[in-house]
Design a protein around this ligand. Structure first.
Ligand SMILES: *[C@@H]1O[C@H](CO)[C@@H](O)[C@H](O)[C@H]1NC(C)=O
Ligand SMILES: *[C@@H]1O[C@H](CO)[C@@H](O)[C@H](O)[C@H]1NC(C)=O
Length: 285
């Protein structure tokens, strides 16, 4: 096993300080109730389990269009997306990963050939992750493996080690067969089609689409605090919160130290802080 992968394990508690702590309030309760008020978040209010009848809101849907070797993509995936996914319950956030980005494809006498912004190794990384998703099917199975690849020393050389740590039940040889075969090419062509279908077309990577929408503001919010963005969108979209006339997003501050405002009411919250100086990779002209 590559030592670089082992080094990741101690990293997890650093990324997610709350991991391993006692479950807040009551473990059958959807987390959107924790966000409702600081008292509930702190466990001081009457148990939210007593009134858990309201139906949950639809999950926030996030699609990430990225490239396996682009530094800003790796930073977003590792620091924002993976952390948000770990902290939020599964019914709050639904994620689609599309590794392709600024790659280009060509039909070479009936076979798809791909060229990637960061060269053949990036194409291989995109292909490994695409085939991994295809073989694993289950997001909870493949996302930790992709996190392991993207946060490690090499995106393309650590698959066996990452599988061993995070998904030992997966068969690495099936993934390898997909990577080198027609299945991989067909899946990558699909990624190309999904990327080319973006409206507006992507201008850089990572490119974030939230609930079917991309705007510069959403992108900036996602890069500054994805958890804060998801939390505020999820509450605003909640049928229960809309039905009651009290919309209090302030609890999200308790839940997520990095969250920005949350913003009560139906309108957008207060302005979010400036995003960190991400270096996005522009699409070549
Ligand atoms: C790719 O090229 C081959 C011939 O070179 C052609 O038969 C096939 O229809 C093309 N496929 C697409 C999707 O354009
Ligand atoms: C995916 O995997 C998780 C964790 O192993 C499991 O709890 C969940 O039921 C699985 N989902 C599906 C659709 O198989």
């Amino acid at each position: 096993m590559a030592p670089s992968v082992l080094l990741l394990l101690p990293l997890l508690p650093v990324l997610v300080p709350g991991l391993g702590a006692a479950p807040p309030v009551c473990d059958r309760d959807p987390a959107w109730l924790w966000c409702r008020s600081p008292d509930i978040a702190a466990g001081k209010a009457p148990s939210p389990c007593a009134h858990r009848s309201p139906p949950p809101a639809a999950p926030v849907e996030l699609s990430l269009f990225y490239e396996s070797l682009c530094p800003a993509c790796r930073m977003f995936l590792v620091r924002q997306l993976f952390t948000a996914w770990l902290l939020l319950p599964p019914d709050v956030l639904s994620i689609t990963l599309v590794p392709y980005g600024n790659a280009q494809e060509r039909n070479e006498s009936g076979k798809w050939e791909f060229r990637c912004q960061h060269g053949p190794e990036e194409c291989l990384g995109n292909m490994i992750e695409t085939c991994l998703m295809h073989e694993a099917k289950n997001f909870s199975t493949y996302f930790p493996v992709i996190f392991c690849l993207e946060s490690g020393s090499s995106v393309t050389k650590n698959l066996a080690a990452c599988l061993q740590v995070y998904a030992p039940q997966l068969d690495g040889s099936r993934i390898a067969a997909c990577v080198g075969g027609d299945t991989g090419a067909a899946l990558m062509h699909r990624n190309a089609q999904l990327t080319e279908a973006l409206d507006p077309p992507h201008q850089y990577v990572p490119w974030v689409v939230v609930n079917g929408k991309h705007t510069d503001e959403l992108q900036a919010q996602a890069e500054a605090s994805l958890l804060g963005l998801i939390c505020s969108l999820y509450q605003v979209g909640s049928r229960w919160e809309r039905g009651s006339n009290k919309m209090d997003g302030s609890g999200c501050k308790q839940e997520a130290p990095v969250a920005a405002g949350g913003g009560g009411g139906a309108g957008p919250g207060p302005p979010l802080p400036e995003p960190p100086p991400y270096v996005s990779w522009r699409r070549p002209p």
